[in-house]
Design a protein around this ligand. Structure first.
Ligand code: ADP
Ligand code: ADP
Length: 224
């Protein structure tokens, strides 16, 4: 299938730290790719470049062949909202909002009517194994439960690509497996592409393909 994301020659410097030094990665539509590698090797920076959150100093990222750098900030942030979903290690839910409203939020931002957004959000709960917890605040749920809500929130508006940075990093292994099963199953059902950073081989085992980042470069197979 076709490349949805293609990063070539990415270089990114933070002061005297060279986080990326010529990183290349191609992700095909519908693929689940895990990015592994030592701490500080540039994994998060690569993920953020792919998602258009940060702009590389050199090199480019193309989405469907279109360079992200060709878009202005506003177009890029609209693209992120309409086409991308994000799951982080923890803390991305709005603490003041009940679980159901956290899931509804991206739909509301995308222009859905409140009634429709809430109905779509409600329909996630059986699948999350969280029936009856619709009105819990994030702080009233376990880490695994709130991370499942975070996965639903990332996928609710039908993103084309889900970026996950250590999505199981704060969880025990059982809760981590539940989050990964949910993420991969929901993404495959929706035809979404997944790019995830993890240091756990067990988590990477859910991917179609694993690449390794070392010293700011992608060193393992860039093609399956
Ligand atoms: P990884 O995700 O593999 O741990 P990162 O991409 O987070 O690696 O970081 C790569 C290198 O860049 C590290 O040395 C890190 O300390 C540095 N770095 C990342 N982000 C910043 C930043 N915003 N400011 C300064 N240095 C940074
Ligand atoms: P990870 O665990 O994914 O490598 P970190 O916890 O190192 O991420 O970094 C969290 C955030 O802080 C990221 O947005 C990263 O860009 C930023 N960051 C990482 N290293 C540094 C640094 N040395 N100085 C400033 N910001 C940094």
């Amino acid at each position: 299938s076709e490349a949805i994301l293609r990063a070539t020659g990415l270089r990114k410097e933070y002061g005297s730290t060279l986080a990326l030094r010529g990183a290349d990665l191609t992700v095909r539509t519908g693929e689940v790719v895990a990015i592994m590698g030592p701490s500080g090797s540039g994994k998060s920076t690569l993920l953020h470049c792919l998602a258009g959150v940060i702009t590389p100093d050199q090199g480019e990222v193309r989405l469907d062949g279109v360079p992200l750098a060709g878009l202005n900030d506003r177009a890029r942030s609209r693209l992120r909202r309409s086409s991308f979903g994000f799951v982080f290690q923890f803390g991305q839910l709005v603490p003041e909002l009940p679980a159901i409203e956290n899931i509804a939020l991206p739909l509301l931002l995308a222009g859905s009517k409140r009634r429709e957004a809430m109905s779509v959000a409600r329909a996630w709960f059986p699948r999350l194994g969280l029936d009856g917890l619709e009105h819990r605040l994030p702080g009233q749920m376990s880490g695994g439960q709130s991370q499942r809500v975070a996965v639903a929130r990332a996928l609710a508006a039908g993103p084309r690509v889900v970026f996950a940075d250590e999505p199981t990093g704060a969880l025990d292994s059982l809760a981590g497996e539940q989050v990964m099963d949910l993420l991969i199953d929901a993404a495959r059902t929706q035809g979404a592409t997944v790019v995830l950073v993890t240091h756990e081989a067990r988590v990477a085992a859910h991917a179609d393909r694993t690449v390794i980042v070392r010293d700011g470069r992608v060193t393992a197979p860039v093609e399956a």
